[in-house]
Write a protein that binds this ligand. Structure first.
Ligand code: UTP
Length: 494
């Protein structure tokens, strides 16, 4: 660690650190920089965990880490969406327990929004993307409506933590400000950035420069949230508020249940440290992580790592044996995050010892030519980015439950850009998300005796938007004044 303070000292210390590990080129343009540029570059250099980067260059850049197949993999057990006869009493108790947690102010919402959203290609934080079919409500506003619903329902205030990255933090804050925090109380919304990792040249392992005064840094993966929650002071803030459970959701799903009392209640009753929601996979190799049991712990095995033979296995009733797919929704005990961050490290030094495995991704990263100082825009992947995944913390939890949710009720992610006009709809795109949002609204209306125009193939022949401040469950519509029917070709906000 460099603790010196004058710019000259800092520069000398940085040069020494970098020279020792063959990364001195990071300072190539240092002498050409003004004071602000120098400070920025030194700040960035001092913010990198160099010993870790050195290790990762050997293990993840120069070599490709091999997935180690555990000896025995079983499907993780899960709580079904609809309880079996022997589970009904438990679900009732769980619902009550979860509602009491929420009512007592013990649950916080947590949105991870630090990703770069490169696939969507939206200019701005993904949370500012217009996601709903008619009102074009931005994702952050969808979440705020959900929180308003919960607050109205229980007569409480729900704290909301939003993780950004240094890349989108200022824009995210500005958006919340501009939107007056969507009517939420500013003091109940906490925005904090996650940590970054340098992008590394795929062949040489050299750190890439994004500018003369900047390392090419990118967010260190959603796994970084488990550290950032602690280092940002969010966990301490939760303590002050009496929060004991974190409801973890992603920024990309406008209909996500930000708070689900039944899920939280099952997690609480079973004393789980970190739990997950799942969807039954639509087909064996659907691109979702698989909830498995390895050495007695719930563990996510990525679809690419699950052998075909296992992925294709069927149970006696013809269902996929490995059925539970991860949709990145978790309930996490505050105490679990705290324990990860404070347990003594294995080497005996103080500080957190928990480390999530790093994942290697080959990406196109723009970088400076060190001779000319020109920016090179690669056309092929040239760099390795390193990320950790939050679900890799699951096996660190003694107990962990998996609960099945419903695809249409809760899963309309926006990951990819829309397809070109006339082309088939892209999966997980704004268009597919809006279609699912309409389908959900239609189903809930139909449950409440509203006729909805459907085409011959069953798809809804209208566009319907159901604000979450109005309904987060079908039953919420019982007391609403509803239209008699939804006509073909109409656009209706309920
Ligand atoms: P994705 O895996 O979809 O990645 O993130 P992404 O970076 O947003 O998008 P692409 O791959 O560049 O297109 C899933 C969730 O995890 C968050 C994202 O904001 C999203 O909510 N995330 C991802 C972080 O908070 N930090 C990260 O470093 C990565």
């Amino acid at each position: 660690p460099m603790t010196t303070t004058t710019p000259t000292d800092r520069h000398a210390a940085a040069r020494e650190t970098l020279a020792a590990i063959g990364q001195e080129h990071v300072l190539t343009f240092y002498d050409q920089l003004d004071d602000a540029g120098k400070t920025q570059l030194l700040d960035q250099i001092e913010g990198v965990d160099w010993p870790e980067v050195v290790e990762l260059i050997e293990s993840h850049v120069k070599a490709k880490p091999e997935f180690e197949m555990p000896d025995t993999i079983e499907p993780a057990p899960w709580y079904p969406h609809t309880p079996g006869d022997d589970q009904r009493a438990k679900y009732i108790e769980a619902q009550r327990t979860g509602e009491k947690l929420v009512q007592d102010g013990k649950v916080a919402c947590f949105t991870v929004a630090g990703g770069q959203g490169t696939r969507l290609g939206w200019d701005g934080p993904k949370g500012t993307f217009p996601a709903t079919p008619i009102r074009k409500l931005p994702l952050f506003a969808c979440f705020a409506e959900y929180i308003h619903n919960i607050q109205n329902r229980y007569g409480i205030k729900v704290p909301w933590y939003v993780m950004t990255s240094p890349i989108n933090d200022a824009d995210t804050r500005a958006f919340f400000e501009k939107s007056s925090y969507f009517g939420l109380k500013k003091e109940n919304v906490m925005i904090f950035p996650q940590a970054m990792m340098p992008a590394l040249d795929m062949t040489t392992g050299k750190v890439l420069l994004a500018g003369k005064d900047a390392i090419a840094l990118s967010p260190n993966g959603h796994g970084g949230s488990l550290k950032a929650l602690f280092t940002s002071g969010a966990i301490a803030d939760m303590h002050k508020r009496g929060v004991t459970q974190i409801s973890y959701t992603q920024v990309d799903n406008p209909i996500v249940r930000m708070i689900d009392p039944l899920f939280l209640g099952l997690h609480e009753l079973d004393g789980a440290g970190m739990s997950s929601k799942m969807l039954p996979k639509a087909y064996p190799k659907e691109k979702l992580g698989n909830f498995c049991k390895v050495d007695g712990k719930v563990t996510v095995i990525e679809y690419s790592n699950l052998p075909d033979e296992l992925a294709e296995q069927r149970t006696d009733d013809g269902e996929l044996r490995f059925r539970a797919g991860s949709i990145a929704l978790h309930a996490i005990q505050v105490a679990f995050v705290e324990k990860l961050n404070t347990r003594p490290s294995e080497s005996g030094s103080s500080g957190a010892s928990f480390a999530l495995p790093w994942n290697r991704a080959e990406k196109k990263v723009a970088h400076l030519d060190l001779t000319t100082g020109e920016l090179i825009e690669p056309t092929e992947p040239n760099a390795v980015k390193l990320e950790t995944f939050v679900f890799d913390a699951l096996p660190m939890s003694e107990t962990s439950i998996v609960y099945e949710t419903d695809r249409i009720d809760e899963f309309a992610p926006i990951k990819n850009a829309d397809s070109a006009e006339g082309e088939p709809e892209n999966a997980d795109s704004p268009a597919s998300s809006k279609r699912i949002q309409t389908e959900r609204a239609a189903r809930w209306l139909e449950k409440n005796k509203v006729r909805v125009a459907r085409q011959e193939d069953g798809t809804v022949d209208a566009v319907i938007e159901l604000p979450q401040v109005t309904a987060i469950y079908p039953d919420d519509l019982e007391d609403e004044k509803l239209p008699g029917g939804i006509k073909a070709g109409s656009e209706v906000v309920i």
